[in-house]
Design a binder for this molecule. Structure first.
Ligand code: NAD
Ligand code: DAU
Length: 339
């Protein structure tokens, strides 16, 4: 594919994917990104100007989208409002970007006959009980819990309808929780790493028994490229690396890396509607397309991620104070309850 458009390419996973494309393909990459609070120009440092072109634009703007898509061979769609806590505070940008933005892109790829890959989340399936072997598969019914996950579920439905009704050539993927470099400090792992660097106690929601299925962002990137190149039109692929950990265990590993006692953290008010557990069965992707993750050892990946934040303070420092200020407002609104 000579020219690949990456929406949201200045965000966490999108920028990891742009690095992956530059390293593993000869494609020219066009990043289309609105540069919301979640984007960081420095994530694409040194890339713009070569095989990477960066366009500041909104995926809800049909004029911008049509112009860019009309010259593309493929669109890989990462752009989204992505943070559950923000969606509980104000769902409106989630409805706009995740639904209207995806619709706008679908109309453009339909008009110009361009291959589309839609990047989505395992949260569309809701959650699983703790302590069972159950996992999400491509056949699990949709049951999203939050404004974020419900708008992602809606965007998945739009893609499926555009495939069936209009013959758009699209694939979909639903991935579990990503970690690695370039992740915004609002998210669990970078928030606690940067708190620890600052000598501030990490913040754990509730008792910390909620389970997430962690995958390194590089493995997510290689899976998306595999699906883009080999996936079957209309097919959904679940992406996961068997990385189930409860939040307390992740935090304990981080505290050990920083040489702090394992009880050196604050329990803060739990997230309303907090999903209990996610777990992915990625058999289809592995068996049909031969994909395998390469970051098998979560503790090793976490230690490397800590090193990355330690050595890239210039990247995250400008966002830290505003993020923590937002969390303080949220914590006050959620009530005085420290559980
Ligand atoms: P992110 O919040 O770090 O980045 C989102 C990017 O989209 C930002 O660069 C932002 O500026 C851009 N954007 C937002 N609104 C836009 C608009 N209207 N027009 C153009 N650009 C816009 O998100 P992320 O964590 O990198 O997630 C990327 C995608 O992967 C999302 O679709 C998300 O649902 C999905 N996903 C994320 C995870 C995860 O663990 N983070 C897991 C599975 C799936
Ligand atoms: O499962 C995929 C999803 O993973 C993606 O679709 C989302 O875009 C991505 O943000 C992520 O959603 P989560 O809500 O699981 O991620 P977050 O990093 O916000 O939280 C991870 C877990 O940590 C969750 O159980 C809540 C908890 N948490 C989070 C924060 C920010 C804490 O205990 N303390 C915190 O300070």
């Amino acid at each position: 594919m000579a020219k690949i458009v990456v929406t949201g390419g200045a965000g966490f996973i999108g920028s990891n994917f742009v690095h992956h494309l530059v390293e593993h393909t000869d494609s020219h990459v066009v990043v289309l990104d609105k540069f919301t609070y979640a984007a960081n120009e420095a994530s694409l440092m040194g890339m713009s100007g070569g095989r990477v072109t960066v366009v500041r634009g909104d995926i809800c703007d049909a004029n911008v989208v049509n112009e860019i898509v009309s010259h593309a061979d493929a669109v890989v769609h990462f752009a989204a409002e992505s943070h559950n806590d923000n969606s509980l505070e104000d769902p409106s940008p989630f409805v706009r970007t995740n639904l209207v933005g995806t619709y706008t892109l679908l109309e453009a790829v339909r008009r110009y006959g361009v291959r589309f890959h839609h990047v989505s989340t395992d949260e569309v399936y809701g959650d699983l009980p703790l302590g069972t072997p159950e996992k999400f598969t491509e056949y699990t019914p949709y049951n999203p819990s939050s404004p974020y996950s419900s708008t992602k579920a809606g965007s998945d439905m739009l893609v499926r309808a555009w495939v069936r009704s209009f013959g758009v050539s699209a694939t979909l993927s639903n991935c579990s929780n990503n970690y690695g470099p370039f992740q915004h400090v609002e998210k669990f792992i970078p928030r606690q790493i940067t708190n620890l660097i600052d000598g501030v106690k990490p913040k754990l929601y509730g008792a910390g028994h909620n389970v997430r299925d962690w995958i390194h962002a590089e493995d997510h990137s290689s899976a998306v490229l595999t699906i883009l190149e080999q996936g079957t039109t209309g097919q959904t692929y679940l992406i996961g690396a068997d990385g189930e950990q409860d939040n307390l265990s992740v935090l304990t590993t981080l505290l050990e890396i920083f040489g702090r006692p394992t009880d050196w953290f604050d329990h803060v008010t739990d997230r309303p509607g907090h999903d209990l557990r996610y777990a992915i069965d990625s058999t289809r992707l592995r068996q049909e397309l031969g994909w395998e993750p390469t970051h098998g050892d979560f503790a090793e990946g976490l230690a490397a991620t800590v090193d990355w934040y330690r050595t890239h303070e210039d990247w995250w420092r400008p966002q830290k104070d505003a993020t923590e200020a937002r969390y303080r407002v949220q914590e006050t609104k959620l009530g005085e309850g420290r559980r």
